[in-house]
Design a protein around this ligand. Structure first.
Ligand code: G6P
Length: 614
């Protein structure tokens, strides 16, 4: 949440910073701002709303300068307005600062600073930081890097910050703790800073992912220096980015979300490339192979995740228990971290996270590690915090996901979970060889089958048109289609603002059935499998109360077709793999409904993609 970008070098900073902020808008779009150093002055432009508002505001004003810092905000402390927008200035206007994270002890620091005469303009926690740097710098006559370092020893909370000083315009200071920050080392002795690598990739592929409690001094004369909070110098670990610029563009699609939905045949394929061979009958996830024996012997596996990733974890529970016969618990990371969970050395805790930066998931992992569990990560963003703090893990390789509503990351997570479940099943010998090979063969065919589902776009658009004005919607499924129902409901509510709930189909009679009338669309995953007949009964219960049924069925189905108002067919597959196909029409449906209702599909209100605050 909140995106930060900065540049120092020979180029003009403003275009780099603003372009970078647009790439980071998925992290929040409540306000945007830049501070540019030029001719001994800091020019500060801040505006409520999106980066485009900032651009309009800055039109015709002085935007020159070779040092710039910029911020796109997801509001925590203080409403989204121009004053609360970052960058924030010190009292004397000498220092400008941008911040992603939360300063938990800001109130006590603020009271102390006020007693020393500091006057604050905004309601943010961030402004306290820049005043504290000013205070410490003056009181202790410290250099800026030292003042920043000492300041951070007083701070409780999470931060990624970049600081610029009018008195030292050849230097930027950056620091991080629990919020991500990447340094790009430019080709012309210049430096880039950003919350992720997307604003940097078009200028350089050489990056350093900062670690917690590291401070970077980027100096045009003396180069880059990294120190830790105790002032010990550290050697930067320079990595080469594997990101490609085309992945960050819409590629002819109207929205990133639509592009990402359509990318799924490829992203699922990329996810199992080199990890599976149905002909020779093997599965291998290189990232966890050294731990597979321990995982196989584990008493239980605990998934921790948030949002859509939590839904993927629920699918994982069905897969791991059915295929690998290992007990699984699925936890909301935010609940797990605060309820003194019983965890021991025999437990395996698996964090699932697209961004790899979600604050609650990171905190849950921290607890699991402290209690001695083996920790694994399933992340999409390479080099992200979760992928670095876990003992081992597997990337989903879905490529950058820009739309705030997760689509291809979800199916890639489910694909990795399937591969993991199969690897553990092999280790524990819980599946027959023929069963194992059948599911591998089916998995290899999933990308083609996803393409077939996507071909039904026109039908799905038509159904979306019929229900676009609904006020509520119910999603039902059983078995591993229950998490698909939850995910379908989440997609609809987050981008179209229609109230939607997902339920296990049989639970409907314990409450939601009271809501059903002729106005209520009920989306049911009714594919062939163990609970097909039970779901058919649930559909009848809805029809008896005049609800509208939109059913996702297996190709060739006749029974549900005869009862439903609309059906969407998906190709037949192994029951364990149905979530990978049944999710697709629900994503498309939410997309079309949101477009028809005039909603901002890629950047829905109040949401952010990377939730780095708890
Ligand atoms: C936010 C995003 C969701 C995502 C969730 C968890 O709410 O809008 O799309 O599922 O965070 O994020 P993670 O990066 O940990 O998967």
């Amino acid at each position: 949440m909140c995106g930060i970008v900065a540049y120092i070098g020979a180029k003009e900073a403003y275009p780099i910073v603003v372009k970078g902020l647009k790439r980071l808008e998925y992290r929040g779009y409540d306000s945007a701002g830049v501070a540019l150093f030029n001719n001994g002055e800091i020019n500060l432009y801040k505006k409520q709303g999106k980066v485009s508002n900032l651009e309009e505001f800055a039109e015709g004003r002085d935007k020159s300068g070779h040092i710039g810092i910029g911020h796109t905000r997801w509001a925590t402390h203080g409403e989204p307005n121009d004053v609360n927008a970052h960058p924030h200035l010190s009292g004397d206007g000498q220092i400008a600062l941008i911040h992603n994270g939360i300063i938990e002890n800001y109130e006590s620091l603020k009271t102390e600073l006020e007693s020393r005469g500091h006057v604050f303009k905004s309601e943010t926690d961030t402004e306290v930081l820049v005043h504290l740097i000013e205070e410490i710098q003056k009181n202790q006559s410290l250099s800026l890097p030292e003042a920043v370092r000492v300041t951070l020893t007083y701070v409780v909370g999470a931060y990624a910050i970049v600081v610029m000083d009018k008195n030292n315009p050849r230097q930027l200071i950056a620091a991080r703790k629990s919020s991500p920050l990447v340094i790009g080392i430019g080709k012309e002795d210049d430096y880039y800073l950003a919350s992720d690598a997307t604003p940097i990739v078009e200028y350089t592929k050489n990056v350093v992912y900062m670690d917690d409690e590291e401070i970077a001094i980027l100096d045009l004369d003396s180069g880059m220096k990294l120190v830790d909070i105790a002032n010990q110098e550290k050697t930067p670990y320079i990595q080469e980015l594997e990101l490609h610029l085309e992945e960050l563009e819409k590629g002819g699609y109207e929205h990133f979300m639509l592009k990402e939905i359509h990318e799924q045949p490829r992203s699922i394929q990329d996810c199992f490339r080199g990890r599976l061979n149905a002909k020779d009958g093997w599965v291998q996830l290189g990232g966890i192979k050294d731990h597979i024996e321990k995982i196989g012997k584990a008493k239980r596996i605990i998934f921790v995740a948030c949002g859509t990733s939590w839904h993927a974890a629920l699918v994982g529970e069905y897969l791991f228990e059915d295929l690998a016969r290992i007990p699984v618990e699925v936890e909301y990371a935010s609940e797990f971290r605060y309820r003194n969970p019983i965890i021991g050395e025999d437990d395996i805790v698996i964090a699932i996270s697209q961004s790899g930066e979600t604050a609650d998931t990171l905190a849950a992992l921290d607890i699991a590690k402290k209690k001695g569990a083996t920790t694994l990560g399933i992340c999409n963003v390479v080099g992200s915090s979760i992928s670095r703090v876990t003992d081992a893990g597997s990337y989903t390789h879905a490529g950058p996901e820009i739309g705030v509503a997760s689509t291809k990351a979800f199916t890639a997570q489910v694909t990795v979970l399937t591969l993991m479940a199969l690897s553990i099943a092999k280790e524990r010998a819980t599946m027959s060889e023929s069963q194992f090979r059948t599911i591998l063969t089916e998995l290899e065919q999933i990308p083609n089958k996803v393409s077939k589902v996507l071909e039904q776009n026109d039908l799905i658009e038509h159904i979306s048109d019929v229900y676009q004005n609904a006020n509520n919607a119910l999603y039902l499924g059983r078995g591993s289609s229950f998490p698909v129902a939850l995910e379908g409901a989440l997609k609809l509510k987050e981008i179209s603002y229609i109230h939607a709930e997902g339920y296990p189909a049989a639970e409907m009679k314990h409450g939601p059935i009271a809501l059903i009338d002729e106005e209520m669309p009920v989306f049911v995953i009714a594919t062939q499998g163990t609970s097909y007949e039970k779901v058919v009964s649930n559909i009848q219960e809805v029809k008896a109360r005049k609800g509208k049924i939109i059913a996702i069925v297996t190709e060739g189905d006749t029974q549900v077709k005869a009862m439903a108002d609309h059906v969407i067919e998906i190709p037949d597959t192994d029951e364990n793999l149905v979530p990978l196909l049944a999710t697709i029409p629900l994503q498309l449906l939410s997309y079309h409904v949101a477009v028809m209702r005039g909603c901002n599909v890629d950047q829905p209100r109040n949401l952010a993609k990377s939730v780095t605050v708890e």
